[in-house]
Design a protein around this ligand. Sequence first.
Ligand SMILES: C[S@@+](CC[C@H](N)C(=O)[O-])C[C@H]1O[C@@H](n2cnc3c(N)ncnc32)[C@H](O)[C@@H]1O
Length: 318
Amino acid sequence: MDDLETGLLKEHKEAVKSWWNSDHTKQKWHGQTYESDFETHLHYWIRQEKTLKLLDELNLPKDSKILELGFGGAELAGKILDREFIYHGIDISEHLCENAKKIYSENINKGQAFFYKGSLEEKLNFEENYFDLVIICGAIHYAGKLSNNFLEVKRVLKKEGYYIIGQGNMFTLNDLISFRKLLKCLIWYFTNEKYMHSYSLSFRDIIFESKLKKYFLKYENSNFFKLNFMNKKSNSWKYKIHKRIFSFSSLKNTIENNEFEVIKFYGGPFLYASERKNSIIKKFFNNIFQFLLDKKIFNFLIKISDNFVFLSKPNHKL
Ligand SMILES: C[S@@+](CC[C@H](N)C(=O)[O-])C[C@H]1O[C@@H](n2cnc3c(N)ncnc32)[C@H](O)[C@@H]1O
């Protein structure tokens, strides 16, 4: 039910691999990129902070084995190693693996850290009941065959193991205050969209990359759709990636439909500055919303927070 159909799956997997091994992502992601621009990447940092909060609340014994899928710049790896856990990381990107191996060469030599090139939706090269915890942050949306991910995580987890899933929201407050993004979100909502095909915000792409396309096909080459007005802010991808989009409820349902149970969750941020401009006002409101959610005063705010992080464990009763 959650998997891409076979015809699209191969194309999707190839596209994900090419994108994450491309020169563009090499420049953008080549390690510790977030550190250089905290303001721009506040949503990643909050996601990481909430992930670590969940990890700390588990009170796992030292030397527990943790697997991270899609580790990116390996920032979380450092925080996990600081807590004296044994870290294993898998990422599809060759250059991100090489980068992580350079950063953590000392931990690798001491047998505390391991980095592998591999895929989060293929068979994981570990025996059953091996890990105390598996973490995936901002990467599950690349799984074409999502059910494989949950099956494999369940297999490699110990019976009392946990799965932490951090993921961006398709309906974030930060997006809903921008007209074009709001329009895109409304179309996603009313057409029950499961995938996004680019971050493009031209009216043309918003329509033709959505399920509304079928109603507008006969006008595709019309002068109207060639107008500058319709094509402004176009930014389509050449990569044929079916990037999943999740709301709070759809990710929770996905976790539960794949035989895991959700134990708790955290979320944030809400409004954040992508440029220094306006950052004081945005920070002010962001802090208020964050406080209200963290203190569980307005739990519904999780539905419009930029990211949510779920703590789950396999549901052995099913
Ligand atoms: C958006 S980044 C997230 C990085 C990091 N976890 C974070 O929270 O900042 C997604 C990462 O997932 C990796 N990735 C994408 N598809 C993957 C796949 N099928 N298998 C393993 N890693 C994958 C990418 O190479 C990239 O490092």
